[in-house]
Design a protein around this ligand. Structure first.
Ligand code: ADP
Ligand code: GLC
Length: 510
């Protein structure tokens, strides 16, 4: 279950030789750098590279969204494929291929009807109304493409509700004849707050038997719940930190799915995400104005001044900057920020830079804040990978007061960039940030527990007073933060054990 996995014990189960390389297909709705909304893309864009280094034959399959630059990534057409959905619907798609960082083959499913649009999940006024159809098609296409190309994976590793139908199809698709009847399905829950709940009229398009429209599987208060179905059909489940694995078993963290996750607790593993230091390392990062290391922080000062200039802030090396890079969603503690930050700005001396987009009233709040505190608050509403690196490098503190946070990657990047995270103690934030101890100067950041504006305000005050009153502690915290190692190595070994567990414990006729 959420047991801490001991990678050295060799305790994985399954009939296969644990040293044999595996064939693994990642199926996902996002993969950095091609298509990214949040950390899911970072995981799908990095874990496969390590698995490949470990000798496994790994591939990734995602949609060919029209925002993906085919020329830049040298994406080429391979062959057509005909996908058979329920209702006897046939959809022709184009199979295309590219490479992830020149290391892992990536399959792109080209389907103009469903993916030939600018957004990934959303248009400016809300979610695409046919998302259930779009991702049902993608999930079925993953199986068909394996069959057509003869790449028969030992494991299909899928991510969140958009691809949660893959393990369903693996167990229900003409099982007698399917070459994939021996393939195990592993479902990673990156965020149980997004479940893919849709009207039952989608069910015929998905095309599995009516017996699966059952409260333990698809049915959810009269609707269809795609994540719930995936939780039932997957051979193993993972989530992205040990603490979140515990949280989703509880009534608040489980968001209505706790009993169903609990049923699968023998196959549930909490594995911390890793950070891709090939892209997130201040010593080698070519996106930031100057490189730096723990031993030579001059470059960080250059990055800070450049960030202040770029964001229209007064160039004050002596003032601390708090950075935010975030989706503007309730999960990220935006309600706390909207109350605590104006209050703190009124009586503490610090600057704030914000990069993000999402909820429109939060966007408006930050626009207002930048006008109200000209020279102290700089805001960029939008998505910019380059600017996100600048904020990580140029800030002194990184604000992440999440209400819940399955893992969180931004705080891991902050640690590496010597930008002390200020977080709420939840999920992966609890597992990756060690609270500052004023008497010893131990720790890597600042934590608070109760999700209230008061607690956030007071913790900002604690960080600001540490900056001005105990600069030697800030220097020590920074050294400790930069020495943390969240590289993928250990987590990748844990995933390999989960894959073997899933292969050895395949669910028969669920
Ligand atoms: P989540 O996946 O819940 O959004 P994570 O911390 O796991 O949270 O991952 C967020 C990722 O998305 C990080 O790589 C972060 O830099 C990136 N990100 C979020 N918002 C933006 C933005 N507006 N522009 C660029 N990158 C962003
Ligand atoms: C989700 C979670 C985030 C996690 C990311 C990658 O978006 O909100 O906490 O880091 O997935 O697993």
């Amino acid at each position: 279950m959420e047991r801490d996995m001991d990678t050295d014990s060799g305790s994985s189960s399954g009939p296969r030789d644990d040293t044999l390389p595996l064939k693994i297909l990642f199926v996902a709705s996002e993969c950095a750098p091609f298509a990214k909304v949040g950390g899911l893309a970072d995981v799908v864009g990095s874990l496969p590279k390590i698995l490949r280094l470990h000798g496994h034959d790994v591939r990734v399959l995602i949609p060919l969204y029209s925002s993906i630059d085919r020329a830049k990534y040298r994406i080429e057409f391979v062959q057509p494929a005909c996908i058979h959905m329920g209702n006897r619907e046939e959809q022709w798609v184009g199979l295309n291929q590219g490479q992830l960082d020149g290391q892992v083959p990536v399959w792109f499913v080209d389907c103009e009807r469903f993916f030939g649009r600018p957004g990934i999940y959303d248009q400016p006024w809300g979610e695409y109304t046919d998302n259930a159809f779009r991702y049902a098609l993608l999930s079925k296409a993953a199986l068909q493409i394996c069959k057509d190309t003869g790449f028969i994976p030992d494991v299909m590793h899928v991510h969140d509700w958009p691809t949660a139908l893959v393990p369903v199809f693996l167990k229900t698709w003409d099982r007698e004849l399917s070459p994939l009847s021996g393939t195990a399905g592993v479902l990673t829950i990156h965020n149980i707050g997004y479940q893919g709940v849709y009207h039952p009229s989608v069910f015929p398009y998905i095309g599995v038997g009516l017996e699966h429209l059952h409260p333990d599987k698809f049915e959810d208060h009269g609707n269809l719940n795609l994540l719930k179905a995936g939780i039932w059909f997957a051979d193993a489940l993972t989530t992205v930190s040990p603490t979140y694995a515990l949280e989703i078993l509880g009534p608040i963290g489980g968001r209505g799915l706790a009993p169903y996750v609990f049923n699968r607790r023998a196959d549930l593993f909490g594995i911390l995400n890793g950070a891709d230091y090939e892209h997130w390392n201040p010593e080698t990062d070519m996106l930031i104005p100057e490189r730096y290391s723990a031993d030579n922080l001059l470059g960080k000062a250059v990055c800070k001044a450049a960030l202040q200039q770029r964001m229209g802030l007064d160039v004050r090396p002596d003032w601390p900057i708090f950075g935010i890079v975030s989706r503007f969603a309730q999960q990220k503690g935006m309600d706390l920020i909207r109350e605590a930050i104006p209050w703190a700005l009124n009586h503490m001396v610090f600057q704030l830079v914000v990069l993000g987009q999402g909820d429109s009233s939060t966007e408006d709040f930050f626009r207002w804040l930048a006008v109200r505190h000209h020279g102290r608050v700089g805001v960029h509403i939008g998505f910019s990978n380059e600017l996100s690196h600048w904020v990580e490098a140029g800030s002194d503190f990184f604000l992440m007061p999440s209400i819940y946070e399955p893992c969180g990657l931004s705080q891991m990047y902050s640690l590496k960039y010597g930008t002390l995270p200020l977080v709420r103690a939840t999920g992966g934030l609890e597992d990756t940030v060690e609270n500052y101890n004023e008497s010893t100067s131990d720790g890597t950041g600042f934590k608070f527990m109760v999700p209230t504006p008061q607690a956030l305000h007071d913790t900002i005050g604690w960080a600001v007073s540490t900056w001005y009153d105990r600069p030697h502690h800030v220097a020590q915290l920074r050294r400790s933060a930069m020495a943390q190692d969240f590289s993928w190595e250990k987590s990748a070994r844990q995933y390999e054990m989960v894959y073997r567990h899933a292969i050895g414990n395949r669910r028969q006729n669920p």
